[in-house]
Design a protein around this ligand. Structure first.
Ligand code: ATP
Length: 283
């Protein structure tokens, strides 16, 4: 039986702006997405029939509600495939943290099945299928550094912003993405990301300029209700981070550091009080 391993990388938002609420309930977004070295590893094994899933994590569903099942079911239906699979998810990305772990896993399964069953799907086709699973999945297919518009599916690749030191801190409580969007007061946001300027800074590769300009309008909801997250941001800045921001709707906070020694000190300090603290890099 055939078997394949695929990496599923986490993402952070270097900026996140909500432009307007659409009639269909979705929001029109403008985000700069950045992939991290932090990753889950997905192993897909072909089986004669059925779908089974296993993981080292107790925090994700091991049934058909797992996002990877959606990816499998869309593919077998579209191509009339009469085969089963077993999937093992080595989960390293904090769950429900704004790091798109589930979307990354689903994107990895789409790519993996494309290779395993030689479906010859092009990147754009994989992205179209991915959008049926979730708004972040098309980005997870292309990865790297990208501008995302629409609900996140209109993507433009940007100059690579790789090899920057990133500290991730996740306090371990859940934040409902729907709650954050529903409580966002769009007309009251005064401090928005300056996306055109951010695009120039990314183009220039100047880490300090990028880090100083990072903004996420969803912080107006999540940080207000969870002051501990402000505390994490302050700790990161105190320890020398060039910038610190919440990713997605939270609660993960990340910091960009120039100096690895500063970052390690910050990591050790935060570990006393925060559930998951990880050092990684942009890729
Ligand atoms: P996003 O940034 O795209 O909003 P997130 O990082 O906030 O995503 P995920 O880690 O993708 O959140 O998890 C969201 C929910 O999806 C979890 O509560 C989990 O139960 C469910 N889920 C389903 N499949 C997966 C998976 N493969 N990995 C992680 N979570 C999954």
């Amino acid at each position: 039986m055939k078997k394949i391993k695929v990496d599923a990388h986490a993402k952070i938002n270097l900026s996140l702006d909500v432009l307007k609420r659409r009639g269909d309930g979705y929001h029109e977004l403008e985000m700069i997405m950045q992939q991290l070295a932090l990753k889950d590893v997905i192993t897909i094994e072909e089986r004669n029939s059925g779908f089974t899933i296993d993981s080292n994590s107790e925090e994700i569903p091991l049934d058909t509600s797992n996002l990877v099942y959606k990816a499998y079911s869309i593919i077998i239906e579209k191509f009339n495939i009469n085969k089963g699979i077993h999937i093992y998810i080595e989960k390293n990305i904090p769950v429900a943290g704004g790091l798109a772990g589930g979307s990354a896993d689903a994107a990895a399964v789409l790519k993996g099945l494309n290779a395993l069953w030689q479906l010859n799907l092009k990147e754009e086709q994989l992205m179209d299928i991915g959008l049926k699973i979730g708004a972040d999945v098309p980005y997870c297919i292309i990865g790297g550094t990208a501008l995302a518009k629409g609900i996140g599916e209109k993507l433009t690749r940007l100059n690579s912003f790789s090899d920057r030191h990133i500290l991730i801190a996740n306090p371990g409580f859940n934040i409902s993405t729907a709650y954050v969007y529903n409580n966002l007061k769009l007309d009251k946001i005064s401090d928005r990301p300056q996306t055109p300027a951010m695009l120039k800074y990314i183009e220039s590769g100047d880490t300090k300029l990028v880090a100083a300009a990072m903004k996420n309008v969803l912080e107006t909801v999540t940080l207000k209700e969870n002051p501990i997250l402000n505390g994490i941001k302050e700790q990161m800045i105190k320890h020398g981070a060039l910038g610190s921001l919440m990713s997605g709707s939270g609660p993960t906070i990340f910091g960009i550091f120039n100096n690895l020694i500063d970052m390690t000190k910050c990591e050790e300090n935060l570990k006393h009080s925060i559930k998951t603290v990880l050092s990684t890099k942009t890729v």
